[in-house]
Design a protein around this ligand. Structure first.
Ligand code: ZN
Length: 272
């Protein structure tokens, strides 16, 4: 089922034969958007009149299993989308769609085009085929090379983030970490290893800092000072609240968990 209303709007346009061929789609949730685009691809290609969860036709099944030859999903090779990747795509789509009605490509992280790959991409966009559609995904359209951006129809697809409940494991880890930070001290950044060894998902690590934020903001002096923790001054608390907030922000954008954790501990050690 398509969740975002702007993506749903594209279904309407497609049915009215008014849909553009290349889109730059800006989103706060790439995974959710990708799943919506794949649903849209089903609507476009379905051999029957598409209904949610079409499981009659082979085409929708091929899309679900990511084995439809005329649907290509490009993921950056490391930090960039490479020229070779675009050339491969161009070659693959030099032919009419195979099995399906349309050739469709999806490019993840469109902000990762470099000059060379963007040029190849532009040639691709500039020779439009009626049966070719493209969806470029980004979390910030301002970071996408201007020449590409200007040739795409821009669609914004914002999703409400549904938070998973925080597990007991995360709460326990946060409390253990808090103890090391506030009571044991002096171990510096060594105890970050304990957290890193847990191999937490980014989302879990954000939850981890939310637990810390909650403790510092609400009940540190009330409930922790009598469990062997030192009482903190207002100023010390504010500093911790500021730092944990900053960590949550940074984790949302930064995948280097190592660095983020280190900077948290180092930040705490600095004099106010
Ligand atoms: Zn179908």
């Amino acid at each position: 089922m398509i969740k975002n209303e702007n993506v749903l709007g594209l279904v309407k346009k497609f049915n009215e034969n008014k849909m553009s061929h290349v889109f730059l789609m800006e989103t706060n949730d790439k995974t959710a958007l990708l799943s919506d685009i794949l649903e849209l691809c089903k609507v476009m290609n379905c051999m029957e009149t598409f209904q949610n969860d079409c499981n009659h036709c082979n085409l929708c099944h091929l899309i679900d299993t990511e084995t439809l030859p005329s649907l290509k999903i490009i993921v950056p090779d490391g930090q960039v989308i490479k020229k070779e990747q675009m050339e491969e795509l161009k070659n693959a789509f030099a032919y009419k769609p195979y099995i399906a009605k349309f050739n469709i490509y999806i490019i993840e992280d469109a902000e990762k085009f470099n000059r060379e790959s963007a040029n190849t991409m532009l040639k691709f966009i500039e020779e439009p085929e009626q049966d070719l559609y493209g969806f470029l995904i980004t979390n910030n359209k301002e970071n996408v090379i201007e020449t590409i951006k200007s040739r795409c129809e821009i669609v914004k697809a914002i999703y409400s983030i549904q938070e998973k409940p925080i597990s007991e494991k995360i709460v326990a880890l946060a409390n253990q970490y808090l103890y090391q930070l506030e009571v044991e001290k002096g171990l510096s950044i060594v105890y970050n290893k304990g957290i890193l060894d847990e191999n937490l998902e980014k989302e879990e690590l954000i939850q981890f800092f939310k637990v810390l934020l909650d403790i510092y903001s609400n009940d540190f002096n009330k409930n922790y000072a009598n469990k062997g923790f030192p009482k903190l001054t207002e100023r010390e608390l504010l500093k911790r609240i500021g730092l944990t907030n900053e960590m949550i922000e940074r984790l949302n954008y930064n995948v280097n968990i190592n660095l983020v954790l280190d900077s948290f501990v180092l930040g705490l050690e600095e004099e106010v």
